[in-house]
Design a protein around this ligand. Sequence first.
Ligand SMILES: Cc1cc2nc3c(=O)[nH]c(=O)nc-3n(C[C@H](O)[C@H](O)[C@H](O)COP(=O)(O)OP(=O)(O)OC[C@H]3O[C@@H](n4cnc5c(N)ncnc54)[C@H](O)[C@@H]3O)c2cc1C
Length: 459
Amino acid sequence: MSAVPATAFADEYRRFVAQLPGKVRSRYHPEYASWHRQASWNGRHFSRYPELIVHAATVDDIVATVKFAAQRQHRVSVRAGGHSYAGCFLQDNGILLDISALREIEVDPQRAVARIGPGVTGRQLTNALLPHGLAFPTGHGGDVGLSGFLLGGGLGINSTAWGPMSVFNIIGVDVVMADGSVRHASADAHPDLFWAARGGGPGLFFVVTGFYLRCHALPRAISNHIYGLPARALPQLIDAIDGHDWDPRLQIMLGMGRPQGENDPHALVLNVLAFGDSAADADAMQAALAKRLPPSLFTVLAALPQVSFEDIYRQSEAMLVSKNYRTDNVFTDRPQDAADILASHLPAMPAVAGMTLMIWRGRQALPDAAYSVSGRCFISTYLQWNEDADDERNRQWLARVYDRLAPLSTGSYVNEFDLEGRQARIARCYSAQSWERLQRLRRQYDAHAVFHALEGPGR
Ligand SMILES: Cc1cc2nc3c(=O)[nH]c(=O)nc-3n(C[C@H](O)[C@H](O)[C@H](O)COP(=O)(O)OP(=O)(O)OC[C@H]3O[C@@H](n4cnc5c(N)ncnc54)[C@H](O)[C@@H]3O)c2cc1C
């Protein structure tokens, strides 16, 4: 790949910049540093520097950028909502193509289908659907971009019932290919591209400029019960939850932090959302769960009969306290064994604001798509810390825990995978067949590697 500055005054470059007035910054532009910093969702600094940053406002801008990159042999990485934990859109050299300004939302209430631009967030879509009595399984943070969230799979609100991953609600995509051509892909048109868009994850070989999404009737009653339990209740609790086939509309999430002493009554926080057709329906789901909790070991911290998507967003956003952030995860069918490992490591967790979540997913049959991992239980750790000096301690602790969990894993979720520490293992986020097909399609559709790929040699 050649670098831009050497050819910065070449005719092609001047023509390109003239085509997109005010939308291109090279590394030598005084505004480059602020554009670079603003790319990350929480202002975290990443020491990877593209030669050019392009803020596209239209599909034509995207086409022009991709064509310029293809001619000049620059590599393109795409940024939509900017919420990648690892900042994977920031790569050295090449072009950062920021498409977050494409934020249009069109709702067809009759068909319960929405078309959204790639810059739309979960909160924006929810607000646009509400007047029509519709909803979509967005991420739990309201400002998380739907684009990267969906392309990676999407563990969304009520997605066990509406999915089983949010990505399976994509019924079509508009895309810009590596040669700058524009296509629409669905089950009937360009099915290879449609297959890849449904879970191909970060580093795809095309840009999605529009998603067509199947939406759902907004549940009439969404209740939220929260319980606190001491760490010693963990084996009983896992037994109670894991040994039951739950209604998929019950979202069961167990949060584990660093215990504050042996008798900390809230070392475990069980957060249960029920998406019911009526208050009685939601109550029945909650009661079925409460009945199985280890008697005399739990305290009810909250029993909210009705919450909104906005309440769920705020609950999740209240957990964001630091700019330094690192995550890793596994799916597993052996939550009890995984819990033993977690229990032995959590007391030494370096990040005060760190948390591990276990989310019950049930048994899932996945449609054929690039998204191809599952497991009864999803386990993900979110570490947050303030001092850069603590980076290494957190990195090492997370790597130790997930090395121990790896033998129990049935795969990992790419959007919460430690792409900074374990990119070489990215293939674990796909079935062997899907990973092989993705690489084949990439070679076919992006033979000259216009798009930056997140590659890894092995599982
Ligand atoms: C606070 C927070 C809360 C989160 N909560 C959840 C959650 O509840 N559930 C969940 O599943 N995940 C969650 N995530 C993870 C989230 O799904 C990923 O970070 C996802 O990448 C966010 O999408 P984005 O558009 O903001 O991504 P970006 O950071 O903009 O993009 C990530 C990568 O995806 C690719 N990409 C994105 N859009 C396009 C496009 N249109 N065309 C081609 N390639 C594209 C690019 O390779 C890009 O580098 C959360 C993340 C954060 C930071």
